[in-house]
Write a protein that binds this ligand. Sequence first.
Ligand code: HEM
Length: 499
Amino acid sequence: LSCVRRGPNIFRYIPGPSSSSWVFGHLLQLRLPLQMGDYEFTWLKKFGSVYRIKGSFGEDRLMVADPAALQHILNSGAFGELGPALDAAAYAFFGKNSVMVQTGHEHSRLRAGLNPGFTAAAVRRYQPIFAKVAQSISEKLNLSGESLQNISSLFSIAAFDAISEAVLGCPKESLAPKFVEVNLKVMNAAATQSPTQILLEAFLKFLPKWIRRQAVKIPTQSSRLLRTQTRLATEEGCRVAREKLQAVNEGLERSDDIFGFLLNPENSKEGLAFEDIVGQTSIIMIAGGETTANSLAFGFCELGKNIDFQNSLRAEIHAALSANASDVAYDSMPLLNAFIKETLRMYPAVPFPERLATEDTILPLSDPIVLRTGEQLTQIPVQKGQVVMVAIASHHRVPLLWGNDPDIFRPSRWLDGSVHNREAIGPYARLLTFMGGGRTCLGDRDRIMEMQIIICELLGKFSFSLPANHFLRIRYTETLQPADAEGKKSLRLDVKRLL
Ligand code: HEM
């Protein structure tokens, strides 16, 4: 039964959807559907948790949602690089020194140096920052005479404020206005995904990595914006870091934000250089801000749909606040945490990152697949150079793992035993939202805390409902984004102050 067929042609026999476009394969259906998952989740139901799709120009790719295969991809070291398009995008968005574009020893060195800034103890220091940011959203809602609010843009600004204070140690008002403006614009640039862009990316895979990474220099409007953004991020990161070092030289106390912490040689046993630290400004500001803002927005949309659940969650919040408003035990609130987990399950910010096999390897499978030939396969041989999709969003909808209604937003699944208790691959709640293995997201702990604090503050004081004729589009724009019918980032909710 457990046969392993070797040779490059094995993929031909792996079932998957048929494609009518040799040029695009399935990339348009995957990346530009009206609603994210329109095709992907149908394929998952039809072909199971590992199937073949077509990339551009006839390329075969695997969509992988199977737990054992994902464990291998993320932890074995055999998939040591990002896929070509993701690598070029990460390089363009985050710059050449960012941890995400490093590989091998250099990646491990940077991770080891950065980790101490993101431990649970470190994250607890940021709690007052998140509380302040949450209150500022409340104040904006209080001051606004309108009940209809674009919640997603409020969350974007708040998440940027939070990251700016927690990481750089300064309010966004003290950053260069151009830097702030460009950062807030840059995710909208990602939203300009089009067939042309996907085609351009398709050509990149034929080029060596160092040339591919120069694609950001092609003089288009969006690459100009990205270049400006990484330049300004490095300049602002350098300026802020220099000011911190100077303050210490003048005998002032060290700041305990992430940069301040990492610039202290006592905290960085791996000896991070100045450039190593400031080189992370862009990834932290962009990856950290938008992902959180959009996750919150999707969560509030679900609250707007389910008023009964919203009321129950609010009752839990009021009880926790009245028990101890100055030190809320967020992790001990069952509905709050079930709600956050369900939001991150249904709306994983990065739904299908690519990985490249850097050596020949064998993918083990939890669930055998049946080839077109009728043969059953418990392992798939993968050759060096093969691109696979880490199908996070699909993994989160495999019925065996999450219960028989995985397409439904149902926080109670986390409380009634529907969720699997297999070995976790990712760092949080058996989800893969923050990835897993050596490239696990660095910001997972503080994002959970930020979400807990913002949800408690807002739900404690306001009610949220969906306006009539509401339409939410879930767009893939490198990350998942809530959008209106025209595809513009937006989520409007009716907000009412509670008496
Ligand atoms: C809800 C919020 C967030 C989500 C869902 C999220 C998700 C992810 C995912 C899926 C990856 C892996 C991408 C890949 O390798 O293809 C990643 C990487 C990363 N994230 Fe996050 N992220 C979030 C917030 C943050 C925050 C707040 C920070 C920093 C303060 C952060 C910093 C990073 C960094 C530095 C990496 C690169 C790690 C590496 O390549 O070794 N993220 N994130």
